[in-house]
Write a protein that binds this ligand. Sequence first.
Ligand SMILES: [Zn+2]
Length: 471
Amino acid sequence: MKMTAAQRNQVHDWLQEHREEMLSDIASLVAIDSARGEEKEGMPYGEGPYQALCEGEKILRKNGLSQVAMHGNRVITGEIGPGDEAELGILAHLDVVPVGNGWTVDPLKMTRRDGKIFGRGVIDDKGPAVMALYAMRALKECGIALQKKCRLILGSDEECGSSDIAWYFDRNPVPPKTLSPDASYPCICIEKGSLKVEASAQWERETVPPRVTRIDCGVKINVVPGEAEAVIEGLSKEAVEEQAQKETSGVRFTVTGEGDSVLVQAKGTTAHASLPETGNNALTGLLSLLDHLPLAPSRSRDVIHGLCQLFPHGDTCGKAAGVFQEDEESGALTLAFSILHMTDEGVMLNMDIRSPMCANETNVRDVLVEQFASLGLHMEKEPMNPPHYVSKDSPDVQRLIDIFAAYTGERLPALAIGGGTYLHHIEGGVSFGCEFPGYDYNMHGADEYALEDQLLLSSEMYAAAIYDICG
Ligand SMILES: [Zn+2]
């Protein structure tokens, strides 16, 4: 059912009155460094994620949810509303990415300043998890009765593969409706598919200079690399520097002498692999430089040249490799060349591709297998991860667009994204917030922040969505 204007006001006022309490619950979760750690007895994702679940369990109980439970030390749940089975599941996560460098405030101590809160997890996804909890509590304490049950499902392994939620749903029913506050407003109806590329080749040890003796770049497949380096034997520092100055990639090079060899360090701009066009890939920039050096004929030289032809710097959508495609609903294919290690005896590399609805194994994966084969590289024929799709005309999507419009005055179309959420494998699941359009919250970076008023507004919108579905 739709809330009445009086109920809307009641929820609004209740949330404003409980602002401090909500922020202090967020702060107590931020204080726990819940990045994935080493597995320990009873802590499948390490100490931090487990501690965050324990703290979360306390918070769920304190805020009056019923049937609060821990599941396999991976997931916690709590509920409001009558009945046995939940009609609606709200999925959020209490793990975070590592704190990292460059913070101007303590990342594990929530800081309030000018209407903002800073700290690791405040927007991804501890703040939104607590925001959803307060939406549930607000309905309960305002006496706005539900006809059906709503279950809050909080995981602890979202950032490292979401095995927590897979484990939970292997043992518990999937609610007919699911929402997640772990993406953007107004809502997400498509999450692109993906393909993780791994290719490699070995060859006879190379010795004839000038040659590249090693290239090293990248650690995570889902990150556009901001740094890369290579060692060259048999060319002077000056010769390499001269070519480095002619490169037009925007990637910056530092060339230093290393005995009778030269070290080249490349610096670009890192980005998430689902948005490779927002970065400047240090690896493809470095390969371009190496390709323009007068190297002796060799397998490694041919591979470098071939990779530059197929995956030239700046081509973040697979055009040169022949896999580019796009459709109106889900947008364009993206390709991030994220990892490469080469020695004088071989090469291995990884790429992260996010694929639109029209992409499939024949027109993406199999094409790449052949392209790599032409360079003498073997690519594993792994299955592609299919896209997540809910029609933008479906009532579940329209409901959220209506709520966002009613509370913000902005009627915006549903989004297709390259990233994946907990809902990727849940039929009909729609992500709803909590990122507002036009904001960069430094998610996963230094000084991650959220806006207090936006979190409260999100809570109001979640209360409306819950009542719409369960009221
Ligand atoms: Zn997240």
